[in-house]
Design a protein around this ligand. Structure first.
Ligand code: AMP
Ligand code: MG
Length: 350
């Protein structure tokens, strides 16, 4: 793995030409990172085994962790799946294009490497014009996990992708920052009661408003040993920077006091500290290295800032990152907490 990673910027005039060139690389079995509305994805032709195998290699991703296949239209989705439940069609009507990944039975044309050997496949249509153009020009369904080294926080900028994967992939399309900042909601439509396997921007309530009862098929802990988890990706370490992460979860006042105690403690041990704080907490910690998660009542801001903040503090080579968990837990807030809990080495509830 020693590739010359080309960078295509798509803000200027050459836009279409650049995306066509990236699509050509995909068509020929190469790896191209690209922006979506959720995070940056690392794409390969989902039907080309060799190409898909390179994704696992480049990311250091375990082979039994299946990939999400990105398509540009419902028609092209139908080429990949069979026995489609009526409710899955309703979800497509309501949420596609958008940050909802739907798991259905796969057709034979989808290779084992793409699905981790499962007889199901995860599909979505992204809501990002660069991503859609890339898929369209390539004429292929594109398998694309997040474009980070396995276990690291997902990339929300092209810079993050380059830091992790430069030299390991053929190209990246730099389309600026992503809009959401967290990966898609994943729902399994092959079980009797549909199951949410990963929370995201599309909430359980919104899904239930569309198709009725669904169950939660994930929890917020890492399962290093478990063989029985429904979504293979759930058992691996996730979103972890090099630094140790401590999450302090609760209402504003107790979170601030507990964080002050922790800082005093870590200072005694000469640890370099970085804080991920809500705007409301920032004035309580003057002079300490911190990054803002945004307003505590607007979890969309925390979604957008979380992975950026973890990576930023990591680059400052802090030993400990303390995360202020006093932002709202509803809507996308639930998905943000899911990611922080998975990233955390220690969770303190106050
Ligand atoms: P990422 O590609 O990093 O966004 O991760 C994709 C997530 O979707 C992982 O947690 C996978 O385990 C999950 N996933 C993809 N395909 C399937 C599938 N066929 N069945 C269950 N989970 C899946
Ligand atoms: Mg990922």
């Amino acid at each position: 793995m020693n590739k010359n990673t080309r960078v295509f910027h798509v803000n200027g005039k050459a836009h279409e030409e650049q995306i066509r060139e990236a699509a050509r690389i995909l068509k020929e079995g190469g790896l191209v990172a690209f922006p979506t509305e959720t995070v940056y994805g690392l794409g390969a032709d989902a039907l080309n085994e060799k190409a898909v195998m390179q994704i696992f290699e480049a990311k250091g991703r375990p082979a039994d962790n299946p990939l999400i296949v990105h398509v540009d239209s419902r028609e092209n989705c139908m080429k990949l799946v069979r026995n489609i439940p009526e409710k899955a069609l309703l979800l497509m009507d309501e949420f596609w294009p958008g940050p909802l990944t739907i798991i259905m039975k796969r057709k034979e044309i989808v290779p084992d490497v793409t699905t981790g050997g499962l007889d199901t496949v995860a599909v979505r249509i992204p809501e990002n014009s660069v991503a859609i153009a890339l898929i369209k020009y390539s004429g292929k369904p594109i398998a694309a996990p997040s474009a980070n080294l396995s276990g690291k926080p997902s990339p929300t900028t092209a810079g993050h992708v380059l830091r992790d994967l430069s030299g390991r992939i053929d190209a990246i399309i730099d389309g600026g920052d992503v809009t959401i900042g967290l990966e898609s909601t994943v729902i399994d439509m092959t079980s009797e009661v549909p199951a949410i396997l990963r929370p995201g921007k599309v909430s359980k309530e919104e899904i239930e408003g569309c198709i009725g009862e669904v169950k939660i098929g994930y929890d917020d802990k890492v399962h290093p040993e478990s063989e029985t988890v429904r979504s293979p990706g759930m058992k691996y370490t996730h979103y972890s920077p090099e630094s140790n992460v401590v999450l302090v979860e609760g209402e504003h006042d107790p979170v601030v006091s507990r964080t002050k105690e922790l800082i005093a403690d870590f200072n005694l041990r000469n640890a370099k500290i970085g804080l991920l704080l809500t705007e409301e907490s920032r004035s309580s910690f003057p002079g300490i290295l911190s990054y803002s998660l945004g307003n505590k009542n607007e979890p969309e801001q925390a979604a957008k800032n979380l992975f950026f903040g973890l990576r930023y503090l990591d680059e400052q080579k802090v030993d400990i990152i303390i995360v202020d968990g006093s932002f709202r837990k509803d809507g996308i807030g639930m998905a943000v907490f899911n990611r922080v809990r998975k990233a955390a080495d220690m969770i303190i509830k106050v």
